[in-house]
Design a protein around this ligand. Structure first.
Ligand code: AMP
Ligand code: GLY
Length: 431
């Protein structure tokens, strides 16, 4: 079977690794891939957003399956174009990508569908937004409508901060056109949880839960990043909670997207907050998370490729892709200074001495004549696996101790608060 994976980060390395594990004989390609992906797949020198190039390559090479890792190519219509050319592509249509790319559209959709979300209001002009803040009683969160590299959400402690957030997003246009409208939400409190489902229209299966770490430094200090750690499963995500998420959140969201004429196929990543009143949706992403994929993919039982093909064919009710009951913890090794300015080109040592139970997924590395060098902000996702989260955590940090490069920066508290043994996560079969 010929498979093309689109993307070049740690998430795509984990996807290629998983496909290799399930299907050692697959004819695997990755565009553009990276230095470590090149060891397990044939890399194709086409950027993930080179839609014309990727379609031409696929038409010429006829892969049996194309898997799109990041959101941008989906938003640019890659899946629509490939499907139109008769090529099976896993990921949402450009229209369904709006679940991630427009917070205003998604807020209206979820509100109509009765999916639990924080109290929300949408504004197209700063004046109306400022008036709303003047009348509000509780703390607020101001969100740019569009894609802003995960930075378009401003959590505010005071009305003054909310006013400043509106000006930054809508007047100064700090996030460009993403800020032409805003969603203002009541600020909720509680632990966060990410739930991942493989979806085909209104048919879906929950494939795992994870918690990720967005701030650069220990104790959730420092700037927001793309994600510097994650673990799975999350003890909060027990069978009853996942059933609730399936029944009240994922099922109704997929039904509403289909009713709106934009059925969703792909991985739906529900970012939830577990409030005193139950889980509420904070955001949706339309893809595997990065680095969440690095902890979900090593802890699943079943055949990923078969599940994705079933999704493209419109029914995942019988797929056998479920959490295997084990745990994984990912610690991201970043270049010192990330997510601000940082240097690259540092030599990486120790990857050949990883202890058992550890994996290294490459996000920003490059091979030179005499070895491997850093080439990005997030460099490596070091993953420890084990029977439960504390054991996986031990394995992750034992591996982190082996790997070195100058100015390496990593958090030492990933999964530290997760004391409970991992529960055997259920496979949730929606009615
Ligand atoms: P988002 O990009 O929508 O996931 O938001 C980024 C982060 O902002 C989330 O992970 C939360 O920590 C926080 N956040 C977003 N919406 C809310 C909300 N309504 N209440 C409290 N925190 C929020
Ligand atoms: N780690 C967060 C994301 O992939 O969006």
């Amino acid at each position: 079977m010929k498979i093309l994976v689109v993307g070049s980060g740690g998430r795509e390395h984990a996807l290629c690794w998983r496909i290799r594990a399930d299907r050692p004989d697959a004819d695997l390609y990755c565009a553009p891939g990276n230095s470590a992906i090149a060891n397990i797949a044939t890399t194709v020198p086409l950027a993930a957003d080179d839609i014309g190039g990727l379609v031409d390559w696929s038409v010429a090479n006829r892969p049996d399956l194309v898997i799109v890792g990041p959101e941008d190519p989906c938003a640019l219509g890659l899946v629509d174009r490939l499907s139109g050319a008769g090529i099976r592509a896993f990921g949402p249509s450009a229209a369904a990508t709006r679940l991630e790319s427009s917070k205003a559209w998604t807020t209206e959709l979820l509100d109509r569908a009765g999916v639990p979300i924080p109290d929300s209001a949408i504004f197209d002009t700063p004046l109306d937004a400022h008036d709303y803040v003047d009348d509000a009683v509780n703390p607020l969160v101001v969100k740019a409508d569009g894609l802003a590299l995960g930075k378009g959400v401003l959590v505010c402690d005071t009305p003054d901060e909310a006013h400043a957030a509106i000006d930054a997003i809508m007047v100064e246009r700090r996030f460009g056109d993403a800020g032409s409208s805003v969603v203002i939400q009541e600020r909720c409190f509680g632990p966060e949880l990410s739930v991942f489902a493989i979806c085909a229209g209104t048919s879906f299966r929950i494939i795992g839960s994870a918690r990720d770490y967005k701030r650069a430094y220990d104790g959730d200090h420092g700037l927001n990043t793309g994600g510097v750690g994650a673990y799975s499963p999350v003890a909060d995500a027990d069978e009853a909670l996942l059933q609730n998420v399936a029944d009240r959140i994922i099922g109704p969201t997929l039904q509403a997207a289909a009713d709106a004429g934009h059925p969703f196929t792909g991985v739906l990543y529900a970012g939830l907050m577990l409030t005193a009143d139950g889980p509420v949706v904070i955001e949706f992403n339309i893809r595997f998370g990065d680095p969440e994929a690095q902890v979900i993919l090593p802890t699943m039982r079943g055949d990923l490729v078969e599940a994705m093909l079933a999704a493209i064919d419109g029914d995942v009710s019988t797929i056998d892709l479920v959490p295997d009951g084990s745990a994984a913890v990912c610690v991201v090794l970043a270049s010192g200074g990330y997510p601000g300015s940082y240097e690259t080109g540092r030599k990486i040592e120790g990857l050949d001495a990883l202890p058992p139970g550890a994996l290294a997924f490459h996000a920003g590395t490059e091979t030179r004549g005499d070895g491997l060098y850093t080439a990005g902000g997030r460099v490596l996702g070091i993953v420890g696996t084990g029977p439960d989260v504390p054991a996986a955590r031990e394995n992750a940090y034992a591996a982190v101790d082996e790997v070195t490069f100058q100015e390496c920066q990593w958090r030492s508290d990933i999964a530290a608060a997760e004391k409970a043994p991992a529960r055997k996560s259920p496979s949730v079969v929606p009615a």
